[in-house]
Design a protein around this ligand. Structure first.
Ligand SMILES: Cc1cc2nc3c(=O)[nH]c(=O)nc-3n(C[C@H](O)[C@H](O)[C@H](O)COP(=O)(O)OP(=O)(O)OC[C@H]3O[C@@H](n4cnc5c(N)ncnc54)[C@H](O)[C@@H]3O)c2cc1C
Length: 399
């Protein structure tokens, strides 16, 4: 079997797959990264990395690219609030800068990076898969990785359904008002308005040092019309004293992780958002790095065994810390963004154990699955306590 591996998409998941593949001992000359864009390229994104993302980024890059850091996450709505202090700080980046740094690292280590090379499809070849490129050429590979994001062409080509998809809009703002740049704000008021998601305000660091912010909204079920999301974002920004720096509020989908969906057919492996990201906060950069690490390990296994098929590619990921936690976050998202979202939002704000964990400074977002037994117990106690109070402690949502 030829050893050549094509990675389609040079965003966080594609670059991480390449860098971890080299760490696994795969020869960088056997790796080719394709991207439709030229770097630095724009990517609609808040650019936020929670603590676990910062840990794996430190493994990928010898030096951190330009960005800033925050020391906590504020979850709030009109019915309550929780302040989260992770074990370490979060990071914020401009995605053009962050992603370019990873692509440059791939190049420096000997990976061929082909920019402005859009992959249009896949064709079965005599020994492997051929990439069909814009311009009409085809190129043969032993293995292909689909790291091409929410609208993955590779996913469609191998016949994997779209699965759960969210709708997001976001724009850049400025303000003269004082604002706490050391925290990330997640406002869940939309859940109370029947929009299954949250609004955010993140500082947007650029090397010119001018204060800017990214403000947007995530509909984690993709059910709210884009115009409603734009109007809600504009109203939220204005209410908090922000002025838009862009004429339009652009939108982009997110594809969420779903344990029932496949991510592999012979010779082709999905990773990153093409496979699915955190359904709760829509965090995609950290999952993309961890998924890239997993995919790299499994590519190495294919080369060692001379095979192009791994029967447990999806199941194996569920056994990793990131995979298990993405499933747990999906469970939480189904509650918060489901029919009884209002009720679950109250649980979130009132649950004693959750508040304790949030405040401890020892926990990490995206790693709460291990705390599930404690959380379930305290939820049961919370329910029982509600029975002894006057009136329903956790009112059901109104239809
Ligand atoms: C509004 C918004 C805000 C967000 N905010 C955050 C946040 O604050 N923090 C966070 O962690 N996540 C956030 N996300 C999610 C995050 O941006 C993505 O999950 C993450 O970029 C996924 O990384 P990836 O490498 O899998 O895909 P991508 O970053 O989408 O990279 C895919 C790459 O593939 C290339 N490509 C696509 N199609 C082709 C093709 N046919 N041929 C060749 N190349 C192709 C693209 O040019 C791109 O470079 C946000 C998303 C949105 C929409």
């Amino acid at each position: 079997m030829s050893r050549k591996i094509a990675i389609v998409g040079a965003g966080p998941s594609g670059a991480a797959t390449a860098l971890f593949a080299i760490r696994e001992g795969i020869d960088p000359r056997d790796l080719v990264l394709y991207d439709a864009a030229r770097f630095p390229r724009k990517k609609l994104c808040g650019g936020g990395l929670t603590f676990r993302g910062t840990e794996i980024l430190a493994e990928l890059l010898p030096e951190e690219p330009f960005g800033t850091r925050t020391v906590g996450l504020d979850f709030r709505a009109s019915i309550g609030a929780v302040a989260v202090r992770e074990r370490g700080p979060q990071r914020l980046f401009d995605r053009a800068i962050l992603d370019e740094a990873l692509v440059a690292r791939c190049r420096a280590l000997g990976v061929e990076v082909r920019e402005e090379a859009r992959v249009l499809g896949l064709e079965p070849g005599a020994s492997g898969t051929r990439l069909r490129l814009r311009g009409g050429t085809t190129e043969p590979y032993a293995l292909v990785v689909g790291a091409d994001g929410a609208r993955s062409v590779i996913r469609r080509e191998i016949g994997i359904p779209e699965g759960p998809v969210g709708r997001l809009v976001e724009a850049v703002y400025e303000t003269d008002a004082p604002w706490n740049d050391a925290r990330l704000l997640f406002d869940f008021e939309p859940v109370l308005e029947r929009i299954p998601g949250y609004l955010w305000i993140f500082p947007y660091p650029l090397p010119d040092g001018v204060r800017r912010y990214k403000i947007g909204i995530m509909d984690g079920r993709g059910v709210t019309p884009g115009e409603v999301l734009r109007a809600r974002t504009a109203a939220f920004a204005e209410a908090n004293g922000f002025r838009p720096l862009e004429e339009k509020i652009p939108g982009w989908p997110e594809r969420y992780f779903d344990r029932t969906l496949r991510a592999h057919v012979p010779g082709v492996f999905l990773t990153g958002e093409a496979w699915g990201i955190d359904p709760l906060l829509g965090e995609g950069i950290a999952p993309a790095y961890y998924m890239g690490q997993y995919t790299a390990r499994r590519l190495r296994e294919c080369l060692d065994r001379g095979v192009d098929t791994l029967r447990d590619y999806e199941r194996g990921f569920l056994r990793t810390e990131e995979g298990g936690n993405l499933v747990f976050q999906g469970f939480l998202a189904d509650r918060l963004y489901g029919r009884h979202g209002q009720r679950w939002l109250r649980v979130l704000f009132e649950n004693g154990t959750l508040r304790e964990l949030a405040d401890a400074g020892t926990e990490v977002y995206g790693r709460l699955r291990g705390r599930a037994p404690r959380l379930i117990l305290s939820y049961v106690l919370q329910q029982l306590a509600g029975l002894f109070r006057k009136g329903p402690a956790l009112p059901e949502s109104t239809p």
